[in-house]
Each structure stands twice: as C-alpha cells, then as structure tokens.
Design a protein around this ligand. Structure first.
Ligand code: PGA
Length: 239
C-alpha cells in the first residue's frame, strides 16, 4: 500500500494528477467511480484539468460502485444523479459509456451482469473508493464475504443513519442498495482510497495496520498489489 498524506487540497491535487497521468497514457481507461462527500474535491480537480485541456474523458468507460434500490436516476439522492451533477455533466465523458447499477431493475441476476459488463469492458483500471466509519467499501458492510460480486444488500441501521443527513428524514433513506462486491473491487488493476477527517482515523488505522478480516471490509485492500491511500492529516492521525 502506498500512503499519501497532505491537506485536503493537496491530496485532491495529487490524486487528480494520478488520473491525468493514467488518461494521458491510456485515454480509453476504464474508471471505477465512487460517491459520497469524500471524492468531491477530487472531482472538482478532474473538472478543472479537463477544462484546462490536460486530461480527457472522451474515450473513457466508467462503472460506479453502487446505487440505492428504489431511486431512479432523476432522484436527487440517487448516485446516478450525484455523478451527473458532480462530474459527468462538467467533463467530456460520453454519458452512454458511464454505468451505475440500476436501482430500479433489481435482481441478483441483473446485479451479476454488472460484473460481466465490467469484464467485457476490459476490467477496471483504477477503482476509486471512500470508506465508511465501519470499514465498508461501496455498500459492502462488515462480514460481506471477500468472494462477493455485485449484489443486492440490506443497509445497516448505522449506514442509513449516517446517510440520513442527505434526506429529509431517516424514513426516506432506502433500506437496500446494489453494490459491487469485494471481489469486484479487488479485480480492479489498481485502487485509490480517499479518507478525510478525524472520524475516519480509527477505521483507517484498522484498515492499514489491523488484521485482514471480513469484519473490516476495507482491510482486504492489504491483499491487493496496487493500492494508494490518500489521507488528510486528520484521517492519518492514528497511523
Ligand atoms: P463519505 O462516505 O465519503 O460521505 O464519508 C464514504 C462511504 O461511506 O463510503
């Protein structure tokens, strides 16, 4: 694991530089994107680099990690909507080459087809991840099998509570989601995990230094050969 520590601004710029290098070497890269508050600074940097002509998404294919069940792409809390608003609408990516699991057409079979689509596109070159306070990656909550592929999950009460800040009330937070599995994530050729803020410090310590266990889903990243972890000083404070 390579660990990069800096201010929020510095790590967003460093992670963006990683994408600049990749897309200049491999314009048709397959990118795995994430939602949440963590990637927003990075997406802002990617938009700036795109507008400055320093990188292009014109030949990129993308796959997002997850989506809420029951929300269609026009719902302002759907992850499709998030991606359009925070990245896709502002860069030269072809929308038809951006994939987010469907929150409406949901079945185990449909979920498994997402892994097939990723394979058919050549596999993910760089998968971006945030991390939950409980170590979840995507919506893979603690005790998700490491062999899991894209699947439908019931969200934990904790995750629903944490995410309720974006909804009018907790009752409106969906109870289920579709998420890439741990194996889907681990199949990516390289992985960038970003964590910001003091609340993430304990789980970052467990992820990087603790036992590799399904109890801490992100700990599986210790087994991947190409992982970069970008931390602000607060998130890195217990390392
Ligand atoms: P956050 O969420 O970026 O909003 O902290 C990360 C996650 O839960 O994966």
């Amino acid at each position: 694991m390579k660990i990069v520590v800096g201010t929020r601004e510095e790590i967003a710029k460093k992670a963006a530089a990683r994408y600049e290098k990749l897309l200049n070497e491999r314009p048709n890269a397959v990118l795995g994107f994430a939602t949440g508050s963590t990637p927003l600074d990075l997406y802002g940097e990617l938009i700036n680099l795109n507008k400055a002509g320093r990188l292009s998404f014109a030949e990129v294919t993308s796959f997002n990690l997850d989506e809420y069940v029951g929300l269609d792409g026009t719902h302002d809390q759907s992850y499709r909507y998030f991606m359009n608003e925070n990245l896709f609408n502002h860069v030269d990516i072809r929308k038809e080459c951006t994939f987010v699991p469907s929150g409406l057409d949901v079945s185990d079979e449909k979920a498994a087809q997402y892994d097939e689509a990723i394979k058919a596109a050549g596999g993910i070159d760089v998968q971006l991840l945030g991390i939950g306070n409980n170590g979840h990656i995507g919506f893979n909550e603690p005790n998700t099998p490491f062999g899991s592929i894209t699947h439908v999950v019931e969200l934990t009460q904790n995750t629903r509570e944490v995410n309720s800040r974006f909804f009018a009330s907790i009752d409106e937070v969906p109870t289920h989601a579709v998420t890439m599995g741990i194996k889907t994530v681990m199949n990516a050729k390289s992985i960038i995990l970003v964590a910001l803020g003091k609340a993430k410090a304990p789980i970052i310590r467990e992820t990087v230094l603790g036992e590799v266990t399904p109890k801490v889903p992100a700990s599986v990243l210790q087994l991947h050969p190409e992982v970069e972890i970008y931390l602000d000083y607060e998130a890195a404070s217990l390392l």
